[in-house]
Design a protein around this ligand. Structure first.
Ligand code: CU
Ligand code: ZN
Length: 197
């Protein structure tokens, strides 16, 4: 990386980290959005464009799972950055984009089923799968997950594969990536509507 590119990249990375760490601070969101539109920044080995989307996860009644999921459009893939707390320590938990951007119901059922615009079965990333199927969240000993996934297929750009206006769900159990059409991941512990940012 040339020296000329270092400072702008660091500045943007700092803004994104700030946005992740303080999801409730609207000022930080405003600063992140103020990054030059259309510019490209190197991060995580891919080219990142200005556009992103965010879902703020709020717990369904009876648990304390909350966090922020950020979606960044890269060249040829979408990066999903999840920061979630209140999880069962050391557990693996099902994590999906669901079809409906509605988290109003107490059990999260208003979010509908897994986002599946192209009629695929539920499955893992390396086989046929719903566009909304994501790698599992893995909680640490404190019940926190901070993970970045690169997924191909879904996008934050306009079109039938766009996740914007849909929702993200964190489940109570592991996704077996086999049971149709849910992965048998259990109750919905947190839900967040994905909004363009
Ligand atoms: Cu789900
Ligand atoms: Zn699925």
């Amino acid at each position: 990386m040339s020296h000329a590119h270092f400072l702008p990249t660091l500045a943007v990375a700092t803004l994104l980290l700030t946005a992740c760490a303080a999801p409730d601070t609207s000022n930080d969101h405003g600063q992140a959005r103020a990054a030059p539109a259309g510019s490209k920044h190197s991060m995580g080995g891919g080219m990142m464009h200005g556009r992103m989307a965010v879902a703020s996860l709020t717990p369904t009644p009876g648990n304390n799972v909350r966090g922020l999921v950020m979606f960044h459009q890269m060249d040829g893939a979408m990066m999903v950055h999840a920061r979630v707390s209140g999880l069962k320590p050391n557990a693996e938990l099902g994590f999906h984009v669901h079809e409906v951007g509605n988290c109003a119901s107490p059990d999260g059922s208003s979010a509908g089923g897994h986002f599946n615009p192209d009629g695929k079965p539920h499955g893992p990333q390396n086989a046929a799968h719903h566009a909304g199927d994501l790698p599992a969240l893995k909680a640490d000993a404190l019940g926190v997950a901070d993970q970045k996934f690169m997924v191909t297929g879904p996008t934050i750009a306009d079109g039938p594969l766009s996740v914007v206006g849909r929702s993200v769900i964190v489940h109570a159990q592991a996704d077996d990536y086999t049971t149709q059409p849910t992965g048998n991941a259990g109750a919905r512990l947190a839900c967040g509507v994905i909004a363009s940012h």
